[in-house]
Write a protein that binds this ligand. Structure first.
Ligand code: ATP
Length: 285
């Protein structure tokens, strides 16, 4: 791995197991300050497992995670929460709490043991809600929100945490296309180092500064999105034929189709084509 003294996040040799099964096999990764780093890969590649190590939901078996040069894995929970904040893929269920209160909870990492949030904490929470376009939801019970609304509120909570590194696991889940684009542009505009697991490779191509491709728990490629999402890699890792298409000067879109037809149920009964009499006329259309 190339060591970058300026990197905000440096992951070295990260190995993790789930239920005793090795899932990450020595992941090396870095993100520069303010960079949006997309983590992509097929289902089961280990993206969520990697991200869970970054927000301390999972203790890796070995390896290092440095945030701003400091050892994240050695930090106490509050210190760690000031360094990384997360939007987990399966956001924990919360009910009976108003949205405003949920977002203020993001300030906990900045408060003393018995300290209650002050005016500045509430102001930061309101600003975070505004950033994700969810101010109108502030007085709602979080349990009553739609999936996309809830996703935006939990993103606001992560922003209110004011971390050095933001860890977002599939933040676009449940969001309609407009809110997906708003969320990506908002994240890019924050200037916070962000690690983003994302399935939509077209959006990853356009909105991430760099991509890391995971397959079977190992990094198989990383670099600028246009260099990474090349046909050979797309075929080998994702099983698709892909091509980058210039849609306007400097703007690429990704076109994909399966390398071979998707597996379907085996045909049953007589072959309809075989029953056609060769002399039968084609129906007129
Ligand atoms: N509790 C568990 N015990 C054993 N293996 C697990 C457990 N949880 C997940 N796995 C396996 O670990 C691997 C990585 O899972 P992970 O959720 O990190 O993948 P992912 O890349 O985020 O997938 P997806 O794109 O489907 O969300 C998968 O093969 C998954 O089946």
């Amino acid at each position: 791995m190339t060591l970058s003294p300026s990197a905000d996040l440096t992951i070295g040799g990260l190995r993790a197991r789930l239920s005793g099964v090795p899932v990450l096999h020595g992941v090396d990764l870095r993100a520069e300050p303010g960079e949006v780093l997309g983590v992509v890969g097929p289902n089961g590649a280990g993206k969520s497992t990697l991200l869970r190590c970054l927000y301390r939901a999972l203790a890796p078996e070995s390896g290092t995670v440095l945030v701003g040069g400091k050892d994240l894995l050695a930090m106490d929970p509050a210190t760690s929460a000031r360094h990384t904040a997360a939007l987990p893929q399966e956001a924990e269920p919360v009910s009976g709490l108003r949205v405003r209160r949920v977002v203020v909870l993001g300030r906990t990492a900045h408060l003393g043991p018995w300290q209650t949030p002050g005016a500045q904490d509430h102001w930061i929470a309101e600003e975070a809600l505004a950033r994700v376009g969810a101010s109108a939801l502030a007085d709602r019970d979080i349990a009553t929100l739609s999936g996309g609304e809830r996703q935006r509120v939990l993103l606001a909570r992560a922003l209110a945490q004011q971390p050095r590194v933001l860890v977002l696991d599939e933040p676009l889940n449940h969001l309609d296309i407009r809110h997906q684009l708003d969320a990506l542009l908002m994240v890019r505009g924050l200037g916070i180092t962000t690690v983003l697991a994302v399935h939509d490779l077209g959006l990853a191509l356009r909105y991430c500064d760099r991509l890391c491709v995971l397959a079977d728990g190992a990094v198989v490629a990383s670099g600028p999105p246009r260099q990474v999402l090349q046909p050979a890699l797309m075929a080998e890792v994702f099983g698709v034929r892909a091509r980058q298409v210039e849609i306007s000067p400097g703007e690429q879109a990704l076109w994909c189709e399966p390398l071979e037809p998707a597996p379907g149920p085996a045909p049953t009964g007589p072959d309809p084509a075989a029953s056609l009499d060769a002399s039968e006329e084609e129906p007129a259309c």
